[in-house]
Ligand binder design. Structure first.
Ligand SMILES: O=C(O)CCC(=O)C(=O)O
Ligand SMILES: [Fe+2]
Length: 457
């Protein structure tokens, strides 16, 4: 993006005044906020039923050798036999539990639904047949092709998880976060099969934004679907009539890009790129160098062994956007864990976090009242490795480079939702805050790079 009005030759500029610096940081923060607001965290669609019906086969219990089958949608007129089959399917479901504070609980006030496990049902429906997986890849699962600053859709796989039925007059599932079952699980897919119902809106939220899937209107004769990142809170409002029959899938991002190549998105076309480039072309901004930091908008599984391979590849939405922009500008950019120190942690070996003595950056921010100090860890590592990092890792140098934050932690409480309410009890993975940190070289070191960027446009 060119910068109209910029003088041809740069005259030496004194450091920016503090007010001007703050104003620029405010603009950068706003740009990341805008990016967060426009980046997707959820997508969805509707598939009209033309001629092929969806068959669902099921058996009453996993030892039952007889299966039944229903073809959806059932005709709206005439024969009651098909409706009886739907009722029989519903009757075969067991009450669905959910996870609360690491326990599996039944609480019809919180979740009232039936479920069939994988060993009890099969279906002729597959999301890949309807282009759903490609659409999810385009919208939610992009990967930075570092050489080109391109964001390329990644291949997505959907693994069937359960069949659920939410029935009138009181089926519902209050707000929760789906428990990720493995480190490369990126999100969840819900497919609503054609069967008439009223109510039952699916609400998906992230970072203060909300998307409302009101499926009742076309429930009788379309397949409707929604896919969202694992860290999105969601809920199903009360179903007042009929049966809302859904298939749920776990979504996994595969390392390979999708084939055939789908449209790439150039990081240089993101608004943040133009703004950051303009800011960094100002010799007075971080004249002697500095560190830009942003708290990621999404949470990531940090306790998992191999997390260092997971990020930045698995960054989501606006986090990937910011990372890609900084990378495209040619700066050293890293994804680093946030280390929270609580009172007493020092005595029992920093159980919450990284050993702060190995941290590269310290910050004055506080996530909670009980936090004593927050550090940014030196690298992403599995929880055990963090715990064991010993005294010998002591870093002599102090944290001489303060971080200029362009985004604060958004919702400390949201990270906790994973622990409190899940679609299943066992939280296989702990999620925590991650940050994107870029080292900005002093003006005399970055000048050439900035000129090159302008010339190649
Ligand atoms: O049926 C739906 O809309 C979503 C179900 C859900 O959130 C879950 O099973 O975790
Ligand atoms: Fe869920």
């Amino acid at each position: 993006m060119s910068s109209p009005g910029r003088p041809e030759k740069q005259v030496p500029v004194r450091s920016l005044s503090e007010t001007a610096f703050k104003e620029i940081c405010r603009q950068l923060e706003q740009a990341f906020t805008d990016e967060k607001a426009s980046a997707s965290f959820v997508c969805g669609g509707t598939i009209p039923m033309v001629e092929k019906l969806i068959s669902v086969y099921w058996r009453n219990g996993k030892h039952d050798s007889q299966a039944q089958v229903v073809d959806l949608p059932v005709p709206s007129t005439g024969d009651d036999g098909n409706n009886r089959l739907v009722h029989s399917l519903v009757a075969s479901c067991e009450a669905a539990s959910f996870g609360r504070n690491k326990e599996t609980v039944m609480d019809p006030e919180y979740r009232k639904a039936g479920k069939l496990e994988l060993d009890q049902f099969a279906t002729t429906f597959h999301p890949a047949d309807h282009g759903i997986l490609d659409e999810i890849a385009q919208n939610l699962v992009r990967n930075l092709d570092a050489g080109n600053a391109w964001l390329v859709p990644r291949r997505v796989e959907a693994e069937l998880y359960k069949l659920n039925v939410y029935s009138g007059p009181s089926g519902l599932f209050q707000k929760h976060v789906d428990t990720p079952l493995s480190e490369n699980q990126i999100g969840s897919l819900v497919v609503c099969l054609p069967s008439p119902f009223k109510g039952g809106n699916l609400m998906v939220r992230h970072n203060g934004s909300e998307v409302d899937f009101a499926w009742e209107v076309h429930s009788a004769n379309t397949i409707q679907w929604a896919a969202f990142y694992s860290d999105c809170e969601h809920e199903i409002k009360t179903v007042s009539e009929g049966h809302r029959i859904t298939l749920t899938y776990n979504l996994y991002a595969k390392v390979e890009a999708s084939k055939p190549p789908s449209p790439v998105l150039d990081a240089r076309s993101l608004p943040m790129y133009g703004l950051l480039k303009d800011v960094l072309q100002n010799p007075g901004f971080m004249k002697t160098g500095g560190v830009l930091g942003a708290f990621c908008a999404h949470s990531y599984p940090h306790a998992y062994e191999g997390v260092e391979k997971l990020l930045p590849q698995y960054l989501k939405g606006s986090d990937l956007g910011l990372y890609a922009v900084l990378h495209a500008l040619g700066f050293k950019v890293e994804v680093l864990p946030v280390v929270v120190m609580h009172e007493g942690d020092e005595e029992w070996g920093y159980p919450q976090c990284w050993n702060p003595k190995t941290s590269r950056y310290k910050t004055d921010l506080q996530l909670n009242d009980e936090d004593v100090a927050i550090f940014v860890g030196p690298e992403l590592k599995a929880f055990d490795a963090m715990f064991n990092s010993g005294e010998e890792d002591y870093r002599e140098e102090s944290y001489e480079k303060p971080i200029t934050w362009i985004s604060d932690p958004q919702h400390p409480a949201a990270a906790m939702a994973h622990i409190n309410y899940g679609n299943q009890a066992e939280a296989g993975l702990m999620y925590s805050y991650a940050t994107i940190i870029a080292e900005i070289p002093a003006w005399n070191e970055r000048q050439l790079r900035m000129q090159e960027l302008t010339e190649t446009e």
